[in-house]
Ligand binder design. Sequence first.
Ligand code: UDP
Length: 327
Amino acid sequence: MLMQYDYLVTGGAGFIGSHLCERLILEGKSVCVLDDLSTGHLENIERLLSSENFLFVEGSVLSADIVTECVHKCNTIIHLAAAVGVENVINRPVETIETNVSGTENVLRAARHNNSKVFIASTSEVYGKSWKVPFSEDGDIVLGATSRNRWSYACSKALDEFLALAYNHSYNLPVVICRFFNTVGPRQSGRYGMVLPRFINQALTGKPITVFGNGTQTRCFSLVNEVIDCVLKLLETPEAVGNVINIGSTEEITILELARRVREISSSNSEIVIVPYDEAYPAGFEDMQRRVPDVTKLKKMIGICPEADTETIIRLIIENGIPEGKQ
Ligand code: UDP
């Protein structure tokens, strides 16, 4: 076991985290992962476990002691561990809020002690129901009432951002905060509600493709490897420190069109069914109608942004297969 690792990746056994770890190991870096396997899976990092440059620590970011121990072992911290997916947020509100808020607090506290560079993964959810599309980082965020717990996720991630910026402001801690838009790719599970793996799984198994609402809502999907390119470049960019930066594709597609393309590309006979929101989600759920990033800041800082088109992404996921038994 190494004494010191280049990177700590919290949530490294999750979908984005495991792709990131693979990349880092491929580049010859050493990586320590902290993951409690609540939504991450060991099989995501199975191939890395035998590498001498890789250490897996099973534990929660809610444990300040474990976080401190891991942070001490590593130079740069990439904090991805968070509550995942709409279903979890709705059904497990306490865990969602505590994981997102206290987990990030523990990471920032420990990082301050070491003065480590910290990457904080945030989300386009923080824009809430803003209509100012495309969403730019300095635009207002518009959240719903606290009685509607779906907003607790956005609010908890916004608080993470405030806290990270405050550590940067008050203690000069080098933090980089990114808002991920819908990130997809091989290995993503549909289990937590994510639309693309769900649609592909439905299409490949001949089940109805379930479009929630009327399907006119839009999203922009980016390929996980391209998102990782951006994360790693931003970590090397001094101007990114102390900043909040969108990472996403600007190709906007309606969910109904997404369903049609998945059906066509997979040559599936599945029917596309419209499921009203009140059947798809618990009462009071509000879906976001449009979600498009303004990537001006990202492009200015690193000269790239995720560009793979939706069709290419769908083909790539189909070729690689959706994780079994996790839908
Ligand atoms: N969605 C859908 N069918 C599904 C799952 C999701 O139509 O089986 C819709 C969902 O209502 C939303 C969009 O797809 O409008 C993206 O949902 P997801 O949970 O993947 O991401 P987010 O809402 O966080 O962008």
